[in-house]
Design a protein around this ligand. Structure first.
Ligand code: 6LW
Length: 559
């Protein structure tokens, strides 16, 4: 081995291995030792876009069919991120209506800052197409959306040139005939000037590339930058799973012609095989720090035995320019799970409480609804430290807005618990916890009334087929539920006290909530739920949740 890669190469590998062993064992805290851990934003946070204003960094990610839309995060060191809001948090801004299929909705936003205004441009697939919103404050409120006429495709981005002209770039995806595809999965990157006053395009449309590789599939996620007078076009190609890649091009004019770097793809994990710690690296955006250094954020997956259990997450790596050529993570050429901290003032952020007692008038930012809630069917009774959710006919097998309030699952090992008070009056009613990838792939741990008895039931829906896994009588108004995750296993628990929970059914297959099995673009959510499953109720009924707790489990999970 030494003969092949020389003593220096071997020494580097040995040092790297020692560092990884020490960090993995927790003997050294990565962050104390000048390192950080990827992903920088765990859980379903794909398609990141980033901008810098002075010493502050802002980042947005896709949110698909979940509402509010487009979580926005803030950091001062590119590693510690705090959610500061959502770009689209009013039904008037985001009409995710009944019938919207899973994995539709908000795909791939871009955030940019120009002359005191934040711009977020995005595609609402199945909900209006390409639009942008503006705000003077990163946390919002953002304007009502301006939908752009005749803007085909997805992944829109904005570039403000030195003359303040605004250029839109996007990906004509799918088999749209503008012009017809020359080969299967050909997507084309186009650039056109945009009048932000009217939301209309100006001048001609320039189709600049279908990707650097011959017959490259899915050229998308374009962003334009101007660096030392040259125009750089960054895109993703290969498709958003294991063949994903970052490629870049340069031009002397913003509308091209763009020349691909000979060193493309500049970043990909496709050559590392699928059995590695991080796959699917792609869909990047780059940012220069106030000190002149360059970094890239991008999406990636941390598979467990090939299953994507947490959705596509946001990762970070550095870039060093060699002349005009950007080198991603020089000497490594890949995104690392543990890497050197950026040269920025280390600024930890407040971690959200693991337990939400619902003792504040507003919902915490972690909570989401499936599609837009056009009516207010929940009430926070802060003075009683509880949330009251109305039992409605919609359920999670449908494509509506069920009485579900859920948060992202962000860890391979986690526990989620809640305390619920619920007295169903009819057999169709149920309330409890849900963990789901989408309407066809999910688990429900619920309390029902059956033959006059209070029963807790565990249901599994896989590929639209619902199955009662286990049930047991629990005679108590106060019910405690727990769902624990341990990589490819979920465990479900219920009891009349937080400390006397009994597992319901055996260990269950968590992979049904993976993107792979559920054929889905997003990641799993876990939360509070109730439904009458289509049955109209004589009077309004509610499920009350006193608290909900979600925490990462480090080390061995307690069975
Ligand atoms: C995103 C596009 C993509 O718009 O997936 O596969 C879409 N590629 O870049 C949603 O994440």
């Amino acid at each position: 081995m030494i003969r092949k890669i020389g003593w220096i190469g071997t020494k580097t590998i040995i040092i790297a291995l020692i560092i990884i062993v020490f960090f993995a064992s927790g003997l050294i805290d990565a962050q104390e030792a000048g390192y950080f851990k990827n992903p920088i934003i765990p859980g379903f946070n794909p398609d990141p876009s980033i901008c810098r204003v002075g010493e502050d960094y802002y980042l947005v990610t896709s949110s698909f069919e979940w509402f509010p839309g487009l979580p926005i995060y803030h950091s001062k060191d590119l590693v510690n991120w705090e959610q500061i809001g959502y770009v689209l948090n009013r039904p008037s801004q985001l009409q995710l209506k009944e019938g919207l299929p899973h994995s539709s909705g908000l795909w791939a936003p871009t955030i940019r800052y120009h002359n005191g205004i934040f711009y977020v441009i995005n595609t609402a697939t199945g909900a209006g197409g390409n639009f942008y919103v503006t705000s003077e404050k990163p946390e919002g409120p953002y304007s009502e959306p301006v939908f752009i006429e005749n803007a085909p495709g997805i992944d829109p981005s904005l570039f403000f040139d030195d003359d303040s002209r605004c250029w839109y770039c996007g990906s004509i995806n799918g088999s749209k005939k503008i012009p017809p595809r020359k080969y299967p999965a050909e997507d084309r990157i186009y650039i056109q000037e945009l009048d932000l006053q009217t939301g209309r395009f100006k001048g001609e449309r320039h189709i600049v590339t279908s990707g650097y590789a011959i017959n490259s599939p899915y050229a998308e996620a374009p962003h334009i930058y101007k660096i030392k007078g040259k125009y750089y076009l960054l895109i993703a190609e290969g498709g958003t799973w294991e063949d994903h890649a970052v490629t870049m091009f340069t031009a002397d004019s913003v509308t091209g012609p763009y020349t691909p770097f000979i060193s493309n793809p500049l970043l990909t994990h496709r050559y590392l095989g699928n059995n590695i710690d991080i796959t699917t690296i792609g869909h990047a955006d780059i940012v220069q720090t106030q000190y002149g250094d360059w970094y890239a954020v991008m999406l990636g997956v941390r598979p467990v035995e090939g299953y994507n259990m947490l959705g596509r997450e946001t990762f970070l790596t550095n870039i060093v320019f060699q002349g005009d050529v950007p080198i991603f993570n020089p000497g490594k050429g890949r995104v690392l799970a543990i890497d050197k901290k950026p040269n920025l003032p280390w600024t930890p952020v407040a971690k959200p409480n693991e337990r939400d007692d619902f003792d504040k008038p507003e919902l915490s930012l972690c909570w989401n609804f499936l599609r837009t809630p056009f009516t207010k069917w929940y009430t926070i009774e802060a003075e009683k430290s509880r949330i009251r959710i109305e039992v409605r006919t919609e359920n999670i097998e449908g494509l509506g807005n069920p009485s579900l309030i859920a948060r992202r699952v962000q860890h391979h090992k986690f526990e989620a618990l809640c305390k619920m008070v619920f007295n169903p009056s009819i057999s169709n009613e149920e309330a409890g916890m849900v963990i789901m990838q989408n309407n066809k792939f999910n688990y429900r741990l619920v309390k029902v009334i059956k033959e006059g008895k209070n029963i807790v039931q565990l249901f599994k829906t896989e590929n639209d087929r619902g199955l009662l896994i286990a049930e047991k009588e629990i005679n108590s108004t106060n019910i405690y539920f727990k769902i624990s995750g341990d990589k490819l296993i979920y465990r479900f628990w219920a009891g009349t006290s937080e400390y006397e929970l009994k597992q319901l059914g055996n260990d269950q297959d968590a992979t049904i909530c993976s993107s792979n099995k559920a054929d889905s673009f997003i990641g799993p959510f876990i939360g509070m739920y109730c439904s009458s499953n289509g049955q109209l109720l004589r009077k309004k009924e509610y499920a009350l949740f006193d608290w909900f707790e979600y925490k990462e489990i480090t080390g061995n999970t307690n069975k």
